[in-house]
Design a protein around this ligand. Sequence first.
Ligand code: ASP
Ligand code: MG
Length: 400
Amino acid sequence: MLIVQKYGGSSLATTDRMKFVAEKVVETKRAGHQVVVVVSAMGKTTDNLITLAKEVHPAPPEREMDMLLSTGELVSVALLCMAIENIGEPAEGMTGYFAGIQTDSFHTKARIQKIEPSRIIEELNKGNIVVIAGFQGISPENSITTLGRGGSDLTAIAIAAAIKADMCEIYTDVEGVFTADPHIVPEARLIPEISYDEMLEMASAGAKVMQSRAVEFAKRYNIPFAVKATFGKGGGTMVKEIALKEGAAVSSVSLDEKQVKITIFRVPDRPGIASQIFTALGKENINVDVIVQNVSKESFTDISFTVNISDADKTLKIVKAIAKEIGAQDIICDTDIAKVSIIGIGMMNHPGVAGRMFDALARENINIEMISTSEIKISCVIKKSDGVKALKALHKEFIQ
Ligand code: ASP
Ligand code: MG
């Protein structure tokens, strides 16, 4: 078989772990498979590099930021190849560029446009284990780009698609996908199989297992993949297309404490204003999550929405400029919020799920500030201090 294995930063955090991963990779090859490995930067390397950048510039130029961040994965590639060679198997390391990963020019959040995998195939055919730097590609201007935080997941899935791998395994520090974060909810259980859509909603709901862009890509090209623990023996979670079946309404609950709520007060209530605001944010690749617009009084309205905390500064800058243009009154950024979500394809078959959710929160005396729904997810924005209590209550209500 042709197998793609991705190892996350925590699995490569020390040289001892690196040697352990090398053994695992070699074992896979010696079992008769062709192996492509995609690696993240060691441990907290990426965070540390970002800190360094901010020490020399409060808002580092994004092109140079990508150049800096891409070095983290290169360290992992080189060291893992050495560790593999030391066990006696040939390994060939590759940057994103050598692996043929072509992206657009959106630095720090680039999208993969095309993969030209001939070099990978060539090295595999020579009997090499191929080790590829995750999270990076090359723009049409030949600049190094990165694929957004957690982007090595995307590299792995996209490579699996490009080389038509038989199997894609995402190795990480958890046993797989759980019904809730087991650090917060000890009763949480491993989910053996989950659909792309649920996984996608979980990622956007703040479950930190995988990068959501990677899951989107897997869904679009139907690339089933497994999420497994590097240092464990369990079967993990298989993520794939699953037909709607009878069963529980909710398969998981999650908590996102990394959102901020931005409110624009006294926005003129006329056609085209919301589009002006959200198109501008979209152009900058900012993901807007829950949106609420109030009832209009005297032809003015208030608009609130949430974005990831990492996009807060950029968003405020854009929104302030537009507010001035359209004559809106005031902007407030509230960081004291959290978002709890319940997710499940079974929701489509079970009416009344929303009522049960609001009820469970009300019983805990938790106030709901905003609500958003999709076919298979309901999210509520609440106070940050209520987050953990809300998550536990929802797990008890729907899963336990
Ligand atoms: N090293 C990058 C990050 O920390 C990419 C990854 O780990 O997937 O976001
Ligand atoms: Mg990661």
